[in-house]
Design a protein around this ligand. Structure first.
Ligand code: NDP
Length: 486
């Protein structure tokens, strides 16, 4: 076990729980980072009770009061950007140069956005005959957030900020692979003035998440994870008919027409496949390029990919870091093997890398497959690693049909200089988020969520507030009860 230990955080205090522990590893070295206290059923009960108590106090504040506290939390996150980014990198293996500008900052942006939004929640008034009605937007109660391991702190912020802004309390369960920064967020919320019990963290594995999803004291579950986990959580939560937000996996298309700006399209394809080692849900892992541009696109893609610096994630020059675990690297290599076996052309990478000073780390070279066919496993299944599959198309109708030929529907991108075509194609794509002439840009102001099996509901933007509130309708009589009886 590593030197330190990572507890849960309940009622404003660390909770070490029953004594069972598991290790969390540094993906770049394979070395133990810390022992994590595994929350059991009793800990889940304690967290729900604490969040219920916190709810009484927190939901009684005005939106302005809640917003003021949340705003301080956003400031504290920014103040500790480097410290938090370094912790995140040690826990999840992504390059520090990314974590310094994205992970903490986007979390802070999110909290700042919802801090401002907290005071704007309102209902409507409905004039009626001798009466009127009005609606109130009320918090749901205790909400559960369950996170994936690729953007641990950002995910914790994306879930907790709208939840807390609307007056709910939250129990957040980070992925067992990345337990570190959610705990830091809990400490920061407390320091900012969020009352004890309002934001709790339960460390644990899938079983802890399942206990939370089943608990009758929980009103809502927001999950970021894979489609199979999403389906399991939905089944579990159905027992108590909880509200759900599901941010799940994808196999998203990027469509590059012949009239696209080549350099821009190549840049987007690289960002949408190799950022965070390819461990990004919205990644455009199916890159469809129109035939007339295909050879030039592939040549430039290879040239620029060859310049990527894969290395120690803590080195600020590193552009591609370590995959989350040895098991995950094995899975990615297995997909690369299947791409070869099914006849795709390996145009770049396709192998593991040894990084000096990072013995025991799980590094896979950025990988490009060309000559891909729609039926191949690498084209159909989510790999969640740095593996790009390039496909060639001839016609607009053809590419729309092929792009939509998936059970996923998270994201899509279109590169073209013909704006009419861009909007026409986007309107036909089965995807929750579409980018025209860019990819993977997710500002907090914009709704984020998937279609089809990629998800239910949205995070970010004012739309997220709808998912953390319920509407109460109040009828007010100004006349007499219309009584049919004597
Ligand atoms: P998993 O689905 O394996 O796990 C997600 C979370 O759910 C983890 O905290 C996990 O705990 C927990 N969990 C597992 N089983 C259960 C259960 N039965 N009940 C409740 N909770 C459970 O996903 P990964 O962590 O491997 O993340 C990768 C996946 O997440 C990819 O499919 C990716 O596309 C998706 N993702 C989606 C995003 C989006 O916004 N759409 C963003 C980022 C990732 P534990 O870790 O302990 O197993």
């Amino acid at each position: 076990m590593g030197a330190s230990s990572i507890p849960s955080f309940v009622g404003g205090m660390p909770l070490h729980g029953s004594g069972a522990r598991f290790e969390t590893l540094n993906p770049a070295t394979g070395q133990s980072l810390a022992a994590v206290w595994d929350a059991n059923a009793a800990d889940v009960e304690a967290a729900v009770a604490s969040a219920q108590q916190g709810f009484e106090r927190w939901s009684a504040l005005t939106g302005t009061e809640r917003g003021r506290v949340l705003r301080r939390a956003a400031d504290l996150l920014r103040l500790r950007n480097r410290e938090l980014a370094e912790l995140e990198v040690r826990d999840c293996g992504k390059p520090l140069q990314e974590a310094l500008v994205v992970d903490v900052q986007s979390g802070a942006d999110c909290i700042e956005f919802f801090a401002g939004a907290a005071a704007t929640l309102m209902g409507a008034q409905y004039p009626l005959k001798n009466a009127f009605a009005y609606t109130r937007r009320e918090p749901l109660g205790v909400c559960v957030g369950i996170g994936a391991w690729n953007y641990p702190l950002q995910i914790a912020c994306w879930k907790s900020a709208p939840a807390l802004a609307a007056g709910n309390t939250m129990i957040f369960k980070p992925s067992e692979l990345t337990p570190v920064t959610a705990l830091k967020l809990a400490e920061i919320y407390l320091e900012a003035g969020v009352p004890p019990g309002v934001f709790n963290v339960l460390q644990g594995r899938g079983g802890t998440g399942a206990l939370l999803a089943a608990h009758p004291g929980v009103a809502k579950v927001s999950l970021t994870g894979s489609v199979p986990t999403g389906k399991r959580v939905m089944q579990t939560a159905a027992g108590t008919l909880k509200r759900l937000t599901m941010e799940l996996g994808g196999k998203s298309p990027l469509i590059v027409f012949e009239d696209a700006d080549l350099e821009q399209a190549v840049a987007a394809a690289m960002m949408g496949n190799f950022y965070t080692q390819g461990e990004v849900c919205t990644n455009c892992t199916r890159v469809f390029v129109q035939r007339g541009l295909a050879d030039r696109f592939l040549a430039r893609l290879k040239e620029r990919t060859a310049l990527l610096r894969v290395g120690d994630p803590m080195d600020e020059l590193t552009e591609v870091g370590a995959l989350i675990s040895a098991a995950h690297a094995d899975k990615v290599m297995d997909y690369i093997g299947s791409g070869l076996a099914e006849g795709a052309t390996l145009s770049f990478g396709g192998h593991r890398l040894e990084i000096t000073g990072c013995d025991g780390g799980s590094f896979v070279a950025p990988t490009i497959f060309s000559d891909c066919q729609d039926h191949m496993r690498i084209v159909r299944e989510e790999i969640f690693g740095p593996v790009l599959s390039m496909l060639v198309f001839d016609h607009e109708d053809e590419v729309v049909r092929r792009a939509n030929n998936t059970r996923y529907g998270l994201a899509a991108g279109v590169f073209t200089s013909d704006l009419s075509r861009a909007h026409r194609v986007v309107s036909r794509l089965k995807a929750g988020i579409c980018w025209i002439n860019n990819y993977n840009v997710t500002p907090i102001e914009m709704p984020f969520g998937g279609a089809a099996e990629s998800g239910i509901g949205h995070e970010n933007s004012m739309v997220a507030m709808d998912h953390y509130t319920q509407l109460k309708t109040v009828y007010v009589e100004l006349g007499q009860v219309a009584c049919s009886y004597r």
